[in-house]
Design a binder for this molecule. Sequence first.
Ligand SMILES: Nc1ncnc2c1ncn2[C@@H]1O[C@H](COP(=O)(O)OP(=O)(O)O)[C@@H](O)[C@H]1O
Ligand SMILES: [Mg+2]
Ligand SMILES: [Zn+2]
Length: 547
Amino acid sequence: MGLAATRSVALLGVRGHLVDVEVHVAQGLPAMVITGLADTALGEARDRVRAALVNSGCPWPSRRITVNLAPADLPKHGSGYDLAIAAGILLASGALPARAVTSLKGLVLLGELTLDGRVRGVRGVLPAVLAARGCGARRVVVAEATGSEARLVPGVEVISVGSLAALLAWAGGGSLEGTVADGGAGAPWGVGCALGTGGTSDRGRPEGALPGTAVSGPTDRSASPMRVDLADVRGQPVGRAALEIAAAGGHHLLLIGPPGAGKTMLAERLPGILPDLERAAALETTAVHSVAGLLEPGAPLVTRPPFQDPHHSASRAAVIGGGTGFPRPGALSLAHHGVLLLDEAPEFKVDVLEALRQPLESGEVVIARAAGTARYPARFQLVLAANPCPCGLAAGADDRCRCSPQARRRYLARLSGPLLDRVDLQVDLPAVSRFDLADGSSSESSAAVAERVAEARRRTASRAARTGAGRFRANAEVPGHLLRQHWPLGSAADPAHELLRRGLLTARGVDRVLRVAWTLADLAGRARPSAEDVRVAAAYRLAGARS
Ligand SMILES: Nc1ncnc2c1ncn2[C@@H]1O[C@H](COP(=O)(O)OP(=O)(O)O)[C@@H](O)[C@H]1O
Ligand SMILES: [Mg+2]
Ligand SMILES: [Zn+2]
């Protein structure tokens, strides 16, 4: 009988906090009490842990068991504490041989238990292991299904187990090879679901890989790059050019045009011409996707820019983040270091559009709760697509539009000034002509465009390093004062200043025009933008404004 402690991790947003799991087994009426829990899933831990222990052949102490998860004021959600609680009970009840006691001491354990003693993966393993390492932990135990995700963190030994029995066998000195749970003799439910991570399908997880709460929700389109190519897009030279500039400079983009012009088609092809994520960015993005339960077990690291296109009917929580209980990352955060497309943007609820402004400014979503504040990173490239009017026909020579002038104005005005103010590139797309669509010759491929984009970004980065402006991956990231201080343009900037004087651009607008001008120069391989580059950049900025 006695006292023991193991450790686990609680997540607040993508930040992990170490949790001490203290277990006391004492004389008294047989009972089990868990304190320091937040939600019902944790309350159910009691039943799961007992069933898992009994079905793994472990003795269940007929004593009074008290489990305390500390600190108590840290909100704790989900089922990930099961494994740490089970190990704590075994340690405290003195049921383990000395060697196993030594192995389990000081371990951080992350995993849900099934009633038959298998270990299921949980969300957020990457940020949890990062937090554990930050607190000095050198070893963590996770479910097999999340083993490769945990191993993305260097400097931590990862023990991945398929079952509680496998954990105990390892702790007792056995090897993990072949320590596969039999799933409990006669267990009526799908045995072997959580075992093994092989057989990963192209999209999403292998069937039944992480049953129950562990993984659910939309398929992660960012993990498996979309197989769409710019070669499929006919005509639209202005739209294609704008897409390339957006990719090269990281600029936000607005596409306006009639239905069928290819707005969605173009927007979906933006991630494909962006460079691979750098290691640090890849880990940040992976952490968000991990918390959302969207990683593929076989290849957990998100290395390509993610793409998110929430439907305009989606809830605020789905787009921005939040929801009841555990605050979830929304599409904004799942698009971190990637592309967020708001297709049919004026159809989105006004409060959703308004809620975009803060993350666009700060690069993160802050979800305040009584229990604590969750922060999710949200540094994405925004693409807005819109019809010119509610019926969509008010473009070019088309005169079938019956929308009143007020209705037209109101429609695009839904994209408020402060939001549009952050969109450097605004493009009017004409309807695709029948001639273009019938054209059999193929257009330039995404791979060819991506090469120019990468070259332009290399120029940006080396200029930033050379001039001491800082470390920037894209022109859109350079703050206005650094832009003017380090990369002065002299008289080439005159066209922008002229628009400022005439009240057509704000001071902030001038900075945005100059950033795009730098991107044009970087794409063309010019050392600095010409007055013509500035004029072209200003035209991109002002195009949408006349609608
Ligand atoms: N420029 C284009 N080149 C080739 N096909 C196009 C083009 N524009 C539209 N299409 C065809 O029309 C369909 C609808 O295009 P979409 O991108 O959804 O238009 P929008 O979003 O502007 O309404 C596409 O799936 C494609 O088959
Ligand atoms: Mg569309
Ligand atoms: Zn109309």
